[in-house]
Ligand binder design. Structure first.
Ligand SMILES: NC(=O)c1ccc[n+]([C@@H]2O[C@H](COP(=O)([O-])OP(=O)(O)OC[C@H]3O[C@@H](n4cnc5c(N)ncnc54)[C@H](OP(=O)(O)O)[C@@H]3O)[C@@H](O)[C@H]2O)c1
Length: 336
C-alpha cells in the first residue's frame, strides 16, 4: 500500500499519545505525520518512529494534503473541524461523542461491524470506550442465542477522563499519604482512595451521560435497537483500563462451555477465567494489552437463561487508540 498522510488531532492527549504508539507498533503506512493540538502545544516536539515531529495548532486549513485524520480532541473540536478535514478530501475517524448516534454515521468496532461501512461513508465514529469493551464481550455471545437483556456496572479508570485526570490520581495519592487535603480539579470529588458515580452529568432519565452513551451505543454497534440494557458507571482510583460486571440474559439456556468457547474464538477477546487460582480480568494486567479479557463466567442462579461475566480492557487501546487505528486500516484502501 502507498504511504498515507495522517493528521492526529489531539496528538498531545492521553488518546493521541497512544495513537502515535499504535501506528508505530502496527507499522501503519504513514508518509507525513501531522500532530495537531491546541495553540498551547504548538511548537512542542513529539517523537514518531524515532524522529522528532512538531505539534501544530489546529486550524481550518491544517488538513491540506491529509489522507486520513484521526480526531481525539473532544466533541467541540470535532464538530468545528471535521467539516474542513472532509472538504480537504480526508477520511475522518472521530474519537469524540459528536457524531456517534447520527444514523448516517457508522459507529464501528472492526471485529463486530466493520464490514458494514458503506463505500460513500468517509466519516467514521469510534465508540465510547466502555461501549467498545462491553460489545467485545457481548458480540461473541450473540451466536449462542438472542440476547434479551444486559445489566452492566462499570469500574472506570481515571485515564478515561484524560491525561490530567491520571495526574490527579497520582498527586492525590501522594498527598493522601502525606496527610494533605485533596484539591480536586479534573474531578469534582477526591479520586484517591475513593470512588464515585461517573463524572458526566445526570440527564433527564436519571442515568448520567456515560451510562446513556454506553446503553445507546451498545444497541447501535450490535445492530440491536431493541436490546434491553441498563448501566451504572462508576469512576475508580485506577490509572488505566476499565472493568465491567455484566449480566447477560438470553432467550434460552446456554452452556458455560459454549460461552467460554465463543469468547475464546473471537478476535480481540482473551479468556481469563481460572477459578482455582482466583485469576480473573484485572486492570493492571490489561494495561498495554490489545485484547479485552473476559472471565468470572458463571450462571446467574437467580434467574434462568442468564450468565455473569467480568470484563477488563485497556480503554486507551481497544477503547480508543487501537480501535481508531484498526478503523483507519479498514479505510486506508478507500483513500482517493
Ligand atoms: N481517554 C479515554 O480513555 C478516551 C476513550 C475514548 C474516547 N476518548 C475521547 O478522545 C478525546 C480526547 O480524550 P483524551 O482522554 O485524550 O483527552 P486529553 O488527554 O485531555 O487530551 C485532549 C487533547 O485535545 C487537545 N485539545 C484541547 N483543546 C483543544 C483545542 N482548542 N484545539 C485543538 N486541540 C485541543 C489537547 O491539546 P493540548 O495538549 O494542547 O491541550 C490534547 O491533545 C475526547 O473526545 C474523549 O472523549 C477518550
Amino acid at each position: 500500500m502507498s504511504l498515507l498522510n495522517l493528521a492526529i488531532v489531539g496528538a498531545t492527549g492521553a488518546v493521541g499519545t497512544e495513537i502515535l504508539a499504535v501506528l508505530e507498533q502496527r507499522n501503519f503506512p504513514v508518509g507525513r505525520l501531522l500532530p495537531l493540538a491546541s495553540p498551547r502545544s504548538a511548537g512542542k516536539t513529539l517523537s514518531f518512529r524515532g524522529e522528532p515531529v512538531t505539534v501544530q495548532a489546529l486550524e481550518e486549513n491544517a488538513f491540506e494534503g491529509v489522507d486520513l485524520a484521526l480526531f481525539s480532541a473532544g466533541a467541540t473540536r470535532s464538530r468545528e473541524f471535521t467539516p474542513s478535514a472532509l472538504r480537504s478530501g480526508a477520511i475522518v475517524v472521530d474519537n469524540s461523542s459528536a457524531f456517534r448516534m447520527d444514523p448516517e454515521i457508522p459507529l464501528v468496532v472492526p471485529e463486530i461491524n466493520g464490514a458494514n461501512i458503506r463505500e460513500d461513508q468517509r466519516l467514521i465514529a469510534n465508540p465510547n470506550c466502555a461501549a467498545i469493551i462491553l460489545c467485545m464481550a457481548l458480540a461473541p455471545l450473540s451466536s449462542l442465542g438472542r440476547i434479551e437483556r444486559v445489566i452492566v456496572s462499570t469500574y472506570q479508570s481515571t485515564s478515561g477522563a484524560g491525561a490530567l485526570a491520571m495526574e490527579e490520581l497520582l498527586e492525590q495519592t501522594r498527598g493522601y499519604l502525606a496527610n494533605e487535603e485533596p484539591a480536586p480539579e479534573a474531578f469534582q470529588w477526591p479520586i484517591a482512595f475513593n470512588l464515585f458515580s461517573h463524572n458526566s452529568e445526570v440527564e433527564e432519565n436519571g442515568y448520567n451521560g456515560e451510562e446513556n452513551k454506553l446503553m445507546t451505543e451498545t444497541q447501535k454497534i450490535l445492530g440491536r435497537p431493541d436490546l434491553k440494557i441498563s448501566a451504572t458507571c462508576v469512576r475508580v482510583p485506577v490509572l488505566r483500563a476499565h472493568c465491567e460486571s455484566v449480566n447477560v440474559q438470553f432467550d434460552r439456556p446456554v452452556e458455560l462451555t459454549s460461552v467460554r468457547d465463543a469468547l475464546a474464538e473471537f478476535d480481540g477477546v482473551e479468556l481469563c477465567d481460572d477459578r482455582d487460582s482466583n485469576h480473573f480480568p484485572m486492570p493492571r494486567e490489561c494495561t498495554g494489552e490489545d485484547n479485552v479479557r473476559v472471565g468470572r463466567i458463571r450462571h446467574d442462579q437467580s434467574t434462568p437463561n442468564a450468565v455473569e461475566l467480568f470484563v477488563s480492557g485497556d480503554q486507551l487501546l481497544k477503547g480508543a487508540a487501537l480501535n481508531a487505528v484498526q478503523v483507519a486500516e479498514l479505510m486506508a484502501p478507500r483513500v482517493r
